[in-house]
Design a protein. Structure first.
Length: 274
């Protein structure tokens, strides 16, 4: 079955010829991954934010100290120029990217934190090499280094975005949701294949999430909950249920139809146990 497409679902009691015990196999649709594709663009957005923030800070600090530059403190303030410039560059782009590395890690958004740390890390490494191999004696080494990071962050961010988008698409293609008579099996992963198995008798409830974009694109996410209301797979983020594509049925097409099919299988499983 193609990504996000179902086999004929009119007769769940007749297994399809896709595997020994598999009734239905599906996976995330490309349209269901739109939010993750957008998050992969984070480095480019941060680059634009850094440019705007740097310009604002330079304008504010330059305007604040201009009247004093002609007074007795002029020579002292002139010597502080390099320190102010270093502070600005440490805030943007360095600080801006680091904030989103931490934020992406906390919310478990691989596209956000990986893209941000790769862009900043590669720019920092390249800037260090250029500073060492081709030093500019007109600047202090530290300021020279920060200038190179700010100069390189834009082209490096573009390359990183392309890489992260490719990685995200490969991750989507690796995911399969296999529905069997015994339960739900979620598989996926690039470097290491992961598998989550949810027996029907351990699933107490199914929750479907479909935001306005999902309704427009015809995709949604189905989250299996255990008998106690917790995530069937135990995955949580900040105490909330995880929406990871390997913890739930993420971004599939025709989610309402699939949810009805799953509820029927759960009901049949319970009837069998009675």
């Amino acid at each position: 079955m193609g990504s996000g497409r179902f086999f004929h679902m009119g007769a769940p009691d007749q297994p399809q010829a896709v595997g020994k015990a598999v009734i239905l196999r599906t996976g995330p649709d490309p349209r269901g991954f739109v939010s993750r594709y957008l998050l992969a663009l984070t480095p480019l957005v941060l680059c634009l934010v850094s440019v705007i923030l740097t310009s604002l800070m330079r304008g504010f600090l330059g305007g604040s100290f201009t009247p004093a530059m002609s007074g007795p403190a002029g020579s002292l303030l002139a010597g502080m120029g390099d320190l102010m410039e270093m502070g600005i560059l440490l805030i943007a782009p360095v600080g801006v990217y680091l904030i989103f590395v931490i934020l992406g890690w906390e919310i478990r958004s691989t596209e956000m934190w990986a893209g941000s740390i790769l862009a900043l890390g590669l720019s920092s490494l390249a800037g260090l090499l250029v500073t060492i191999l081709a030093p500019d004696m007109s600047l202090s080494p530290a300021l020279d280094y920060l200038y190179w990071i700010a100069y390189l962050i834009a082209p490096v961010s573009l390359v990183v975005v392309i890489l992260v988008l490719g990685f995200t698409e490969q991750f989507r293609r690796s995911i399969s949701y296999n529905i069997t008579r015994e339960g739900l099996v979620l598989r996926g992963g690039i470097w290491k294949q992961k598998e989550h198995i949810f027996p029907w008798n351990q699933i107490g409830e199914l929750i479907m999430e479909q935001n306005p974009v999902g309704k427009f694109l015809g995709t949604g996410t189905i989250i299996p909950l255990g008998r106690g209301g917790a995530a069937a797979g135990g995955g949580t983020v900040w105490g909330e249920i995880s929406r990871s594509p390997l913890d739930c049925i993420f971004g599939v097409r025709e989610p309402v139809l699939l949810m009805e099919f799953l509820r029927e299988l759960i009901s049949r499983s319970r009837d069998t146990q009675l």
